[in-house]
Each structure stands twice: as C-alpha cells, then as structure tokens.
Design a protein around this ligand. Structure first.
Ligand code: PMP
Length: 353
C-alpha cells in the first residue's frame, strides 16, 4: 500500500477470488465454471471480423444483446441491464441502494461484505440456521438493501419463489437483490416477479450455466426505474464495460439457448451421481440446486482433503471460516472429471484410514 491511498480504503479487505493456477493443468472444480465450452455458434460469432472491429468502441447500450435477452425472458428492454459480470451489478447495487445499510447472510457470497465496506454501507449479518438454511423471517421488514444469493453459495441451498415474494413484499421501502448466479441448475428464478414488485432486482450471470466466465457478462431484470439507476451508475463509471467480443459471444449464446439448457440438465445429472457416490464414502452433503456441492467427510478434515486433492491435480475450494471449515465446495464438472475426482478421493481416504 502506498502512502497516497485514500484513508477510506486503507482498511479495506479485498475479495479473494478462487485460485486460477497457471503452473500445471488441474481438474478444475474450484470456481464453479462450466465444464462445457461455449456453443459452436459462439465460437463462430467471435470471428476475425469482430477482432478487426476492435479498433472501434463497442455499443455502450448493447442494443442487440439486450433485445435478444429481453425476448428470451419476455420482458421489455427497459427492464434489462447488462454489465461486465454480475459482480459489477452487485457493486453498483451496493453503491446505489446502501444508504440505510444492507442485510445478508453470514455464510454467503464473500463479495457482499467487500462491496459493503468499499461503499461504506453498514452491514447487518444474519446467521444461517444450524442446518445452513436461510433464516428467512429475519430478512423481513428490514427496509434496507437485502441481498440474498438464491441458490446460496457456497451451500447450494435454495429458497422458494414464495419465500422470495414474502421477503420482497415485507421490504417495500428498499431494494431486495436476489443473486441468481446459480439459478439455472434447479432453482426458481424470481425475474417474473419484477413485473409486480418495483423493489425487486433479479441478478444473473453468463459465467456459470452459459459457459462465459472469461467473457465477463452479467445481467439484471427489474423495474425500469431500477434499471435506469443502474444505467446511471454504469454511464458514470465505464459506459463501454462490455467489450465487443463479449457482446458478440453473448448474443450468440442467447440465440443458442437450447444448447445451454441441455448442458444444465447434464450438470444436474452429474451432480446427483456425484452426491450418491460421495454419500457411499461417508460424506455429508447439503441439498444443492447449484452447479456445485458443499460436502464434509467423516474421515478427513476439509483442509486436508483440499490439500491432498490439489497435490494430485484436482482443485476444489476450501474456506477457512469457522462455521464451514469442515466442508469443501466442489464444482460439478463433466462426468469424466467427476469420475477422476471420486477415484482420487477414494485413493486419499484409502491412504489416510
Ligand atoms: N454471485 C455469486 C453467488 C457468485 O458465486 C458469483 C461467482 N463468483 C458471482 C455472483 C459473480 O459472477 P460473475 O461476476 O462472474 O458474473
């Protein structure tokens, strides 16, 4: 840190992204990426013509992509916001709606507390129940920015649409942000409720179910007033925040939605297979509606399993937080990757017991 940094950032603890190691090729089950490549249409869309056009600025309104996405979700383009990954949207929301503070769970996406700190937003941390389900009643009637990941990360546990609606209804004076990064793997999206509730902000990403983590593309569906707020902040920070190649890739992705729905189905099947196999090995696994599972072994500590797997070329995610240190978050890869993962886990357990 230099002596020049503004004092308001000196104590800021930045977000630690999952490892992206470059030393060797791992079976990468640590950052919830898709095991499947973007569709062929996406690969065709990001072509040399688009590369040549990189000399020109991209469309700050992302008109084509926004129109396609609005058609897919059967909403108006005024109800759609696009940004550089959904992290960007979360950042904007904390900036825009945090005046009266923000409420979120103790065990949830780690970036919420970083954004709160970054923007001087006071946080109300609501502990998950003993079984890691959301204490939904505690989110009612707060009238401050409410932020809920549904399904939650890293637990994978989802709440129902009725519960989302109850929370939204009971906080009429504030924005309720539902972070649906993992909703396509079995959760219920709340985007349709945005027609009824002007305080609901539904946030999704192309990073997980749509195989575009490296492209950086997120979107939100909400009332046109909320979308206008987000646009105001985007146009006051970086209007060209979705580059030309990502816009082309995003458009082709939306047009090939069937391919991605199929991939989600495969990932859900592989998740159920992995859960069943891990249970046979004595693991306890929280009920997941995401493309990852949160699992704890009765034979080996979370940290030891993480380290042993890494040594053998398989990366999973371990969080050294007291409530969850016995667990590991394991992304669901392809069936083949999960077979190698399971074989390696068996080897490790065989070595330790
Ligand atoms: N929300 C949750 C719950 C996440 O786990 C992630 C991925 N790290 C994000 C949002 C951000 O995803 P992206 O910025 O890639 O859209």
């Amino acid at each position: 840190m230099s002596e020049f940094l503004s004092s308001r950032f000196s104590g800021l603890e930045e977000y630690t992204p999952g490892e992206q190691p470059q030393d060797k090729k791992y079976i990468k089950l640590n950052t919830n990426e898709s095991p499947y490549s973007p569709s062929k249409k996406v690969i065709e869309a990001v072509n040399s013509e688009e590369v040549k056009d990189l000399r020109l600025y991209c469309d700050p309104d992302c008109k084509k992509l926004k129109t396609a996405l609005a058609e897919l979700y059967e909403v108006s383009t005024e109800n759609v916001f696009l940004s550089n990954g959904s992290d960007d949207i979360l950042n904007f929301a904390f900036m825009a709606y945090g005046d009266r503070g923000a409420a979120y769970a103790d065990i949830t996406y780690g970036f919420y507390s970083v954004f709160a700190e970054l923007h001087g937003v006071e946080s109300q941390i609501i502990p998950l129940n003993e079984d890691f389900t959301l204490n939904t009643d505690a989110f009612k009637g707060l009238n401050k920015l409410v932020v809920i990941a549904n399904p939650n990360a890293p637990t994978g546990i989802a709440i129902s649409l009725d519960t989302v609606e109850d929370i939204v209804k009971s906080n009429p004076e504030s924005v309720v942000l539902i972070d649906e990064a993992y909703v396509d793997f079995g959760g219920e999206s709340c985007y349709k409720l945005t027609e009824k509730y002007s305080n609901l902000l539904c946030v999704q990403t192309f990073s997980k179910s749509r195989s575009l983590a490296g492209g950086r593309l997120g979107f939100a569906i909400a009332s046109k007033e909320i979308i206008a707020d987000l646009e105001k902040i985007k146009y006051s920070t970086n209007p060209y925040n979705i580059n030309r190649l990502t816009q082309a890739a995003g458009l082709a992705t939306v047009k090939d939605n069937g391919y991605y729905l199929e991939n989600c189905k495969r990932i859900i099947e592989t998740r159920e297979f992995t859960v069943a196999e891990l249970e046979k090995l004595g693991f306890e696994i929280l009920p997941s509606k995401a493309n990852f599972i949160f699992a704890k072994s009765n034979k080996i500590s979370g940290k030891e399993l993480y380290e042993s797997l890494k040594e053998k070329g398989v990366l999973i995610r371990h969080f050294e937080k007291p409530r969850i240190k016995d667990y590991n978050r394991i992304t669901i890869g392809s069936r083949e990757e999960m077979e190698i993962f399971l074989k390696t886990v068996k080897e490790i357990l065989g070595e330790t017991v």
